[in-house]
Design a protein around this ligand. Sequence first.
Ligand code: GAR
Length: 195
Amino acid sequence: MTAKLSLFASGNGSNFEAIQQAIVEKRLDAYIAVLVTDQPDCYAVERARKHNIDIFAFSAKTYSSKETYETEIVKLLKDKGVELIVLAGYMRIVGNVLMETFPDRIINIHPSLLPAFPGLHAINQAYQYGVKVFGITIHHVDAGIDTGKIIEQDAFRIEGGETIEEVEEKIHQLEHKRYPETIQKIIHTTLCKKK
Ligand code: GAR
């Protein structure tokens, strides 16, 4: 099966790119039906344009509420037959409208070993704390910030003396490898069964 995905991003979009790359290289049986972003000028939008992927860019402050813009997103995703929402650096809390329409079908990636260091600047938080084992978490999305049942984690140990930039680079490499692999697993387990 070829699963229809919607990627949600707010920034650089390197995870979006890694997922698209995995699709092109046939490591991932999927298709990105639309990139949704709350930051119309972010680099993820440039990347989507380059790959001719549809974009829905919105500015939250032009809507009266989260429910209003999520209702518009839901209509679009339904029209496109989206089966799985993949948050990739989407820096907004997902609300009830999306969650009730796509129960268990929204996943997120976070650059720490949750439940440690949720929220913003997780890598910096962990680095300042002096942790020796860094990692990433892929999880289901619920109403909290970086909470929700864990699907996959991966980690590495630092020797000491690494700069934060070196740690960040390693974390992003891990994300770019594990996110497409995990989505592929979900497609061939959960999504296939529910079809
Ligand atoms: C990634 O490191 C992702 O784990 C993090 O944002 C970055 C997005 O990078 N997400 C969170 O912190 C979620 N709380 P990207 O735009 O280059 O994919």
